[in-house]
Design a protein around this ligand. Structure first.
Ligand SMILES: [Zn+2]
Length: 287
């Protein structure tokens, strides 16, 4: 198996929204804000090459939204999904599976684009199976008013219309072992219904794609929970149990949204689970 970090682009979000009830005087120490109170974020996807399969985990926000829409997110840097794939010698047509942790626009927008004459939408990865799960799909296609702005119809419905949509099995408790994708999946319900966290066995190491369960290093303390989370107390419990596992077993946590820390390990301290080491993807994957 070979793993590759695939940066699909950088953006910014309001620091207050990213840290919920935590005061700025505290969160700005780890995640400094600009004059608009925005903090730096990225959309770092993960590519898994395993035998004949080439699995892309999440896709970033894509390029099809309006300038007005992107204006809210202050895009920065030059990375795109396509450029980052090309850097490793891959094209979108090579991807066999697109695994979507959840259907918020900054995770799935890059999966769908305009068709040639801009009259409708088409898959970016035309040879791939797209993976979600039934509970999350139902939740995202009949969105509550609070999450509606994150579940964009044009990102979601074309996946089904293309005939490429597949659902993973749902767990009895919170974990599916050895899923159809070849890795384990931890299901977290605090951020949104049935967000999926890939837990990958890679050359004796356990690599966890943290998605919105742990957006940045600054979110390690348990109550540091995004204002976007629909069930914050559940996130608190899920973070606690997952971070304990991670500290006990020396998991490598791949951070999708942290522009400056790609992979971390954590350790137990008197204050709770905290940062142990920071690695680049190159340190761990060699790619
Ligand atoms: Zn999200």
């Amino acid at each position: 198996m070979t793993l590759y970090p695939i940066n699909s682009g950088n953006f910014k979000l309001d620091g207050g929204a990213m840290f919920g009830v935590v005061p700025k005087s505290i969160w700005q120490k780890t995640n400094p804000a600009d004059s608009n109170n925005m903090i730096d974020l990225t959309a770092r996807c993960l590519l898994i090459e395993d035998g004949k399969r080439l699995i892309l985990v999440d896709t970033g926000m894509g390029i099809k939204q309006s300038d007005k829409f992107f204006g809210y997110y202050y895009l920065w840097g030059n990375d795109t999904l396509e450029k980052s794939l090309k850097h490793y010698g891959f094209t979108p047509d090579d991807i066999t599976d697109v695994f979507l942790t959840h259907l918020h626009f900054d995770h799935c927008g890059g999966a769908i684009t305009w068709n040639k004459d801009h009259t409708g939408y088409q898959s970016v990865f035309k040879n791939a199976r797209y993976w979600s799960n039934k509970s999350h799909w139902d939740w995202a296609t009949k969105p509550n008013k609070r999450e509606k702005a994150s579940f964009l119809k044009e990102n979601i419905l074309p996946i089904q219309e293309s005939g490429q949509l597949n659902f993973t099995a749902l767990p009895q408790d919170d974990m599916i072992k050895n899923s159809e994708l070849g890795f384990d999946i931890f299901f977290a319900n605090g951020h949104t219904e049935k967000q999926m966290i890939p837990v990958i066995n890679y050359k004796g190491k356990t690599i966890c794609f943290m998605a919105d369960l742990l957006p940045t290093v600054g979110h390690l303390p348990l109550p540091f929970i995004m204002g976007y989370d629909t069930r914050p107390l559940l996130t608190l419990n899920e973070k606690e149990s997952f971070l304990n596992l991670a500290a006990n077993n020396n998991y490598y946590l791949f951070l999708e949204h942290d522009p400056y820390n790609e992979i971390i390990t954590v350790k137990h301290t008197e204050k709770g689970v905290r940062l142990n080491e920071v690695y680049t993807a190159k340190d761990i994957f060699g790619t």
